[in-house]
Design a protein around this ligand. Structure first.
Ligand code: NAD
Ligand code: UGA
Length: 319
């Protein structure tokens, strides 16, 4: 059955992929985005290019932390809350105010608007592996104590708690998905693969933070999209689910793979490990597999190739 959906952060990396998939499946989508200046609007406009041509898609430009949300929730059956101030390493200092506004206040306001909505069937919140901090064990299970080590992680955990509170107090069907470092076409320009590929394509040096032996459970964006759809259908309100990609590798291994894919050597320089960066992530995805039917389908090589093709296209278009 086609659903009326709201996707926040629809101009961003993950939100634009998700909105596209929803439209392709025959759903109607209202997308909200404030085109925050964390990275250039032109990139977000490119993300939206196909969506803007779809009659089933409506774009609303506005800030979730300030706008009147009630009219946009009317009749909505599925909410996918992807909007946030992302980025782990930039969340220290004065900019923390942006993180509290976009990640905590915006989430609370959206939940408030959703709580009286009779049509609402699902509210999926984009949480983050950063809530774990340096986890007590790997792979990390949802029940382990979340102890974020970045201000960003603190705000994403606050958002999860708000979802649980609104599920409990008001029956909002809110489910949190803890995404593990997402990559693929449209990846944000501050993220590692985007930076590495751009540097290698232009024969510029890339920077490894720390010794490059840190690991991530990298997750391809289409697997994240699939997890959102599954969570809307089957997620248990108030619950959290790890969504990992099953490709846990070191940063050094990623660079070696990119050298192979791009057929050229990387020029590597090193900088100190960044405050707020965890050393390792690894998702225990048994709960998502059991309850949602989630299974990642994209391997790291295939996903990196897709991201490289996209960035090659962007670089040649701007040349
Ligand atoms: P992104 O920055 O590309 O997309 C977020 C979008 O939200 C942007 O287009 C931005 O303009 C919009 N936005 C920000 N604040 C807003 C506000 N107050 N009102 C309306 N719109 C606002 O980021 P992304 O990488 O696509 O991340 C999407 C979500 O997934 C975020 O919630 C992020 O915390 C979460 N997440 C991302 C990753 C990852 O690896 N990319 C991993 C874990 C969790
Ligand atoms: C990513 C997203 O940016 C966050 O929004 C998200 O919440 C988080 O995943 C998550 O999984 O919760 P991060 O893991 O830092 O955060 O993703 P990348 O920016 O791709 O970094 C991956 C690794 O590469 C990190 O260890 C980082 O230190 C390293 N890195 C990054 C470099 O060595 N050099 C760079 O130029 C950039």
């Amino acid at each position: 059955m086609p659903k009326r959906c709201l996707v926040t952060g629809c101009a961003g990396f993950i939100g634009s992929h998700l909105a596209e998939r929803l439209i392709q499946l025959g759903h109607r989508v209202i997308g909200i985005d404030n085109f925050s200046d964390y990275y250039p609007r032109s990139i977000k406009e490119d993300n939206l290019a196909w969506l803007r041509e779809q009659p089933a898609f409506t774009l609303v430009e506005g800030d979730l932390a300030e706008m009147d949300l009630t009219p946009w929730l009317e009749g909505i059956e599925w909410v996918f809350h992807q909007a946030a101030q992302a980025g782990v390493r930039a969340s220290w200092g004065a900019d923390f105010a942006i993180y509290t506004q976009a990640n905590v206040l915006a989430t609370q306001r959206l939940l408030e608007a959703a709580k009286g909505s009779p049509a609402l069937l699902a509210f999926v919140y984009a949480s983050s592996s950063s809530v774990y901090g340096d986890a007590e064990r790997y792979p990390t299970h949802e029940d382990f104590l979340p102890q974020p080590i970045s201000p960003y992680g603190v705000t994403k955990l606050a958002g999860e708690h708000l979802c649980r509170l609104y599920a409990r107090a008001f029956g909002v069907p809110a489910v949190s998905l803890r995404y593990f470092t997402v990559y693929g076409p449209r990846q944000r320009p501050d993220m590692a693969f985007h930076r590495f590929i751009c540097a290698m394509l232009s024969d510029a040096p890339l920077t490894i933070y720390g010794d490059g032996m840190q690991t991530r459970d990298f997750t391809y964006v289409e697997d994240i999209v699939e997890a959102n759809l599954l969570a809307a259908e089957r997620g248990r309100p108030g619950e959290v689910y790890n969504i990992g990609g099953g490709s846990r590798v070191t940063v050094r291994e990623v660079i070696a793979l990119l050298e192979d894919i791009l057929g050229r050597p990387a020029r590597v320089q090193f900088a100190p490990a960044q405050k707020g960066d965890v050393l390792h992530t690894a998702a225990d995805i048994h709960k998502a597999a059991r309850e949602l039917g989630y299974a990642p389908r994209f391997g790291l090589r295939e996903g990196l190739e897709q991201e490289a093709v996209w960035l090659q296209g962007r670089l040649s278009a701007s040349a």
